[in-house]
Design a protein around this ligand. Sequence first.
Ligand code: MSP
Length: 579
Amino acid sequence: MSQFLSSKRFPNFINHQNINSLLISTSYIRKVTNLQHIIYKQYATSAFKKPIYITTPIFYVNAIPHIGHLYSAVIADSLKRYYELKGHKVIFSTGTDEHGLKIKQSAEKSKMNPQEFCDQVSSKFKELFDIANISYTTFIRTTEQRHKDAVKYFWKCLMNNGFIYKGRYKGWYSVSDEAFYNTSHVQEIQNPDSKEKLMIATESGQSVEWTIEENYKFRLSEFQDKLKSWLEENPQVIMPINKFNEVKAWIDSGLSDLSISRPHSRLDWGVDVPEDSEQTVYVWLDALINYLTVTGFPWPHDDLNGWPVDIHVIGKDILKFHAVYWPAFLMAANLPLPQKILAHSHWTMEKQKMSKSRGNVVDPIKVMNDYGVDTIRYYLMRDGGIADDGDYSDENIKVRYRKDLAGQLGNLVSRSISPALNPSSIVPSAPKFLGEIAEKDANLYYKLQSLPDLVDKHFQNMEFGKGLSFIFDAIAEANKYFTDNEPWKLKNDKNQKEAVNNILFYSVETVRISGILLQPVMPTKMSELLDRLGIQKDQRTWEYARFGRGWDLNNNHNRKIKFHHDEKSVLFPKFKLTK
Ligand code: MSP
């Protein structure tokens, strides 16, 4: 038994295995130990459907946002919109990580008081997310009182469950990573210019300093087997597979106990440890708890309010914190674990890591201004790295815009609703299927039939680029179909009216289905596209992305639908660059 627990509150004979049962009489412990049971009870009731809960990491406010931050947020937002289109209620949280030495030092550099500094930078993230249409339901800041209360409560759960003891840390600390490193994870390098020698963390390349301090430790070592079983029982819990394997290797290599506080004399910008104001809660424990705070933790009435998280979207650099420490903390507090952790890869610039010191970071607001919000969202989702890093390039954004958005999608929209072939602008009636699909239509028909399921499959597997590529394949197929069938040659022949109608129907149906499926990634442009097609708002959900489900001409509303073709304002016009 740790000295701390035995000396402060508990008789010496208690060890942490039986501490749980002894403490069961305190009301909040009873509540957390019962949670698993409550969840199962709730799920078993058919009327109860837990909302899907999706999170982004909370962003450090030491510097203004860059394109990498927007990437995490766009992935999470696209997933949120995807689940909403499928009929789920979704809780979607994002926010800012405002405590710790790194933030304190940045505030000092800016000659500002830390809270004002945090207010200023946090508002930059909010501004970015508003511009980028990140439809979060909660924006959480770790300096909010509700969060500090949640941190203290969570700490007490860990303490009362016997997983915290007071100890001494002797090792390395990186302020930039806000992480403790032991000697095997650091190395000495020489600055090529100044020839000065310095120690860095091997994994992140950030400088570390030798640190000896008294602090509280978490019994992480006790969770090795439980974490192993968790991975074995949930082989899809960490995606993609290369990140799952990394986590497995970390756990297999052994886990030592983890420092979870810092002396107040070193760090005063944070949450005080309950009942010991000489210590401040370690910023990573503080930050991870944000995901609980968002649900209103500690929950007042056995209602978990969306907990557990369904998808944590994070970048690869913060995988250990989310996939080793966080599940162990939750197990220790007896709380249900996240269902999925998506650890995406990073954006590089000319294959180099983006960093302020290299001066190669991309300003997300500027590029959205240059190319359009939905163009950037599309580019990030289409070409962003999930398993491997993606290289950012303005040239590639332009190519995606020119070829996919303007060249394929924009072109198909224009030609399929243009009055040149359809002067009345009334929706062409669906082809009459007489048992089988005409040979000339078959390719496109079967592509459209299978499209929603293919996109579904790839979105569920977090392969967004692949999912999007199938949509654009179908659009390219429809453009080819249109060109091959040459409706402009048939339009003046009365006997070919039905044939022209058929071509137009297939084309516009491709636009409608693609428009629905692309909404999570390009919400504004696709809303405009579906407006042009006259699709009612309640007919834009995933279930309508099926061939022939769009225009039921027996429905009085639909009979009056007219396309809104606007020659002067095309969906994807040429850009005017600001640079
Ligand atoms: N504050 C922590 C997270 C705490 S979550 C409980 C943090 N913040 S961060 O601002 O440094 O990073 C936030 C996210 O941005 C991370 O998911 C990180 O991987 C992501 N990115 C930072 N640079 C990136 C790229 N160059 N490319 C893609 N994503 C990147 O870590």
